[in-house]
Design a protein. Structure first.
Length: 155
């Protein structure tokens, strides 16, 4: 059994344990398990079997590394999506907070102070308007004053 390093022998052993627990093994994995068990049991392997085991062990190591890389990639994507979801939620909460400051929502319950239909209609009307620069400036000044008052009340 001196053909493989101790590290490779340990890999063959652990990989066989992993592969045994799979519901469906590929033909390649089945061959690896068969040759690996034979090797670990101290049975004599032909030169062809030994080359095959080395090749299959290399393939299994590559498959393991690929699976690790795939998991790491999934984690990155998941973290990115989680960050985007949290940012979206924060933006929605901030928008609701602005509606509360405007007196459209009950600040304690978050419920509209008017019927949802009326509130939605008013917001649609606002979204569809084409306000003048003067109106926009006036609205911005009102908003700035309300936000400053809310910040002062909070402190």
């Amino acid at each position: 059994m001196a053909v493989f390093s101790e590290r490779m022998t340990a890999f063959v052993s652990s990989r066989i344990s992993y592969l045994k627990n799979l519901k469906n093994q590929t033909e390649q994995q089945q061959m690896f398990v068969e040759l690996g068990r034979k090797f670990l049991n101290g049975e004599e392997l032909s030169a062809s079997e030994l080359r095959g085991l080395k090749t299959l062990a290399t393939a299994e190591k590559a498959a393991e590394k690929a699976a690790e890389a795939t998991r790491a990639a999934h984690k990155l994507v998941s973290e990115k999506n989680e960050k985007a979801r949290k940012e979206r939620t924060r933006n929605m909460i901030n928008a609701a907070g602005l509606m509360g400051l405007a007196g459209l929502l009950d600040k304690k319950t978050g419920r509209p102070l008017t019927s949802p239909d009326l509130l939605l209609g008013a917001l649609v009307e606002l979204a569809n308007r084409n306000p003048t620069d003067l109106e926009k400036q006036s609205w911005e000044q009102s908003g700035t004053a309300l936000l400053a008052k809310a910040k002062a009340d909070k402190d």
